[in-house]
Design a protein around this ligand. Structure first.
Ligand code: GLN
Length: 364
């Protein structure tokens, strides 16, 4: 007999399902992701810190968990909601089931949930606070507690590296500011020969300038960009001195540093098939996304920024560049694993930007 578990929402909705992973009871913001593959990368993406992820694809865990595909070695999501968690995965790289993996990280999951109904609810209402409850008798109290629950706002500090370290390459020298980075950003830079120094989220502009890198990469990360003041100040200090490229949270921080504004979206973009238009070429890129905040397009008008990419589904801002200084960013994920790889060219653009400005910008 499998142990039961309840998923309850702040609006009083109750879903009954079964436990997998940890027995722990948790609360968090519930979001949904529509990707059909890549659950290992998703569950280990630090941008989900504090969140409960609903997977809309109905079978999760079928190719197991392997050694190589983690975006970070210690996942920090709060919980997983799935229709069916596969118990007997099959793949030549498989090393553990979803259940075994989540248990080892003490992260709870619930399966047997009508994830279509749940997702419709999130789409209509917007993201909601939610809780996993094991005992039926505690449901009413859990819903009551959710109504006034306040979640932490220091997620970036929780997941960022505490000390700097190097992932060695033999070409351009890049400082990667770790706001909760996905490992694949390091892999993409190393693949192009870059020597990558990963530094904590609160590294100052002076500390970076002292290293005289060829470029700075601003990573993705969890939470509200407006809470990451250290990052915003650092970006103001390196703008015009070192070329940089921002991804997701890094993109939002770049916008804030240049005087634009961000807002919380109703239910965000989380999936692997979001069409984005590159306004310079007119080409449509299919992209992987995971964000709950976005840059306000009206606020960009009064800045030195230009919108380079927009979302076809809802017209939101997907890319920015500075009109005169070597800096650009995207809201989506060019490093996406398992893909899609359409936006991968952005790393090559970053290499070109660093090469063109090598040695010159620092003295500007
Ligand atoms: N993947 C990310 O970097 C997400 C950025 C930010 N936490 C958001 O939700 O919008």
């Amino acid at each position: 007999m499998r142990k039961q578990r309840f998923l309850v929402l702040e609006d009083g909705t109750i879903f009954k399902g079964y436990r997998f992973g940890s027995d722990k009871e948790i609360t968090g913001e519930i979001v949904f992701n529509t990707a059909m593959t890549g659950y290992q990368e998703t569950l280990s993406d630090p941008s989900y810190t504090g969140q409960i992820i609903t997977f809309t694809y109905p079978l999760i865990g079928n190719y197991g968990i392997n050694r190589d595909d983690f975006e970070t070695l210690t996942p920090t999501l709060k919980g997983m909601v799935v229709r069916e968690a596969c118990e007997l995965p099959s793949n030549f790289r498989n090393m553990a089931s979803l259940d075994e993996t989540l248990t080892s990280y003490d992260i709870p999951g619930i399966d047997g949930i009508d994830t279509r109904q749940l997702t419709r609810k999130i789409r209509e209402h917007g993201v909601l606070k939610a809780a996993f409850v094991n005992d039926e008798d505690n449901i009413a109290a859990a819903i009551e507690a959710l109504k006034t629950a306040i979640f932490p706002t220091d997620e970036v500090a929780q997941v960022s590296t505490k000390t700097a370290y190097v992932s060695t390459g033999n070409d351009l020298r890049v400082v990667l500011i770790d706001f909760g980075k996905k490992e694949n950003i390091v892999r993409e830079l190393n693949l192009r020969g870059c020597d990558v120094t990963v530094m904590p989220y609160n590294t100052t502009a002076e500390e970076i300038l002292r290293l005289r890198p060829d470029g700075v990469m601003l990573s993705n990360g969890p939470g509200n960009p407006q809470d990451v003041e250290a990052g915003i100040n650092m970006i103001k200090g390196i703008l015009g001195h070192i070329p940089f490229f921002g991804i997701c949270l890094g993109h939002q921080l770049f916008a804030l540093a240049c005087g634009a504004e961000t807002f919380k979206m109703k239910f965000g973009h989380r999936g692997a098939n979001h069409p984005v238009k590159n306004l310079a070429t007119g080409r449509i890129e299919i992209t992987s996304q995971n964000h709950g905040y976005a840059v306000d397009p009206a606020s960009v008008r009064n800045t030195a920024l230009e919108i380079t990419h927009t979302a076809l589904n809802d017209g939101t801002v997907e890319g920015l560049r500075h009109v005169s200084l070597p800096a650009f960013s995207v809201q989506y994920h060019p490093e996406a694993s398992p893909g899609p790889h359409d936006p991968n060219y952005l790393f090559d653009d970053f290499i070109t930007l660093m090469t063109e400005n090598k040695g010159s910008v620092l003295n500007a």
